[in-house]
Design a protein around this ligand. Structure first.
Ligand code: HEC
Length: 165
C-alpha cells in the first residue's frame, strides 16, 4: 500500500527532507553572514567607544575634589530667593490651599492678608500664626529668606512689596 502510494506521488520522504533543507540553507547562510557583519561592526564600535568612555570616566574620577560642588560648612550660606524658598517649602500648603492657607496667586485670598502690611505678614510667617507653622516648618530658613518668600507670595497675590536687601 505504501509502496504503491510512493510510486504514485513520486516523492519519497527523503526527497521532501532534501528539498526543505535545500530551501533552508541559503537563508541560513544569509542570516549567518548578516550576524557576522553586525558583530564585526559592533565590535569595532565598542572598541572605540570604550577607549573614549574610559578616558572620560577616568578623567572624571581623578579630577580634583575641589572642582566638585562639595557642601562646605564654612562657605558663606547662599541666601535663597523668595521663589526658591516658596518652591522648597511654602508651596506644600500655599499652592493647594491646604489647612486654609491663602493660595498662591489668588488675589481674593491675599487681599485681606496684604492689608495687614508687609511687616506683619513677615512677622506672622516667621513666628507662625494659627495653622501656619513658624517659618513654614523649615526652621533653617533665615529671616531674610522669609522676607523674600513673603514678598514673592504676596506680590503674586497682588501686593507690591520688596524684600529688604
Ligand atoms: C504646613 C502648611 C504651611 C506651610 C508649609 C506654609 N504655610 Fe503659610 N500659611 C499656612 C496657613 C494654614 C495659613 C493661614 C493661617 C491663618 O491665617 O489662619 C498661612 C498663612 C500665611 C501667611 C499670611 C499670614 C497672615 O498674617 O495673614 C503668610 C505671609 C505665609 N503663610 C507665609 C508662608 C511662607 C513664606 C511659607 C514658606 C516659608 C509658608 N507660609 C509655608 C500654612 C502653611
Amino acid at each position: 500500500m505504501s509502496k504503491h502510494h510512493e510510486e504514485k506521488s513520486k516523492t519519497t520522504p527523503m526527497q521532501v527532507v532534501l528539498a526543505s533543507a535545500g530551501g533552508l540553507i541559503p537563508p541560513l547562510i544569509t542570516i549567518f553572514l548578516v550576524v557576522q557583519l553586525v558583530l564585526s561592526i559592533q565590535h569595532s564600535h565598542v572598541d572605540k567607544d570604550t577607549d573614549e568612555t574610559l578616558a572620560k570616566t577616568v578623567a572624571e574620577r581623578i579630577k580634583p575634589v575641589g572642582e566638585e560642588k562639595v557642601a562646605d560648612a564654612n562657605a558663606p550660606k547662599v541666601v535663597k530667593s523668595g521663589e526658591e524658598v516658596f518652591n522648597a517649602v511654602c508651596t506644600a500648603c500655599h499652592t493647594s490651599g491646604a489647612l486654609n492657607a491663602p493660595k498662591f496667586g489668588n488675589k481674593g485670598d491675599w487681599a485681606p492678608r496684604i492689608a495687614q502690611g508687609y511687616d506683619t505678614l513677615v512677622k506672622h510667617a516667621i513666628e507662625g500664626i494659627r495653622a501656619m507653622p513658624a517659618r513654614g516648618g523649615a526652621a533653617d530658613l533665615s529671616d531674610q529668606e522669609m522676607q523674600r518668600a513673603v514678598a514673592y507670595m504676596a506680590d503674586a497675590g497682588g501686593a507690591k512689596f520688596t524684600a529688604p536687601k
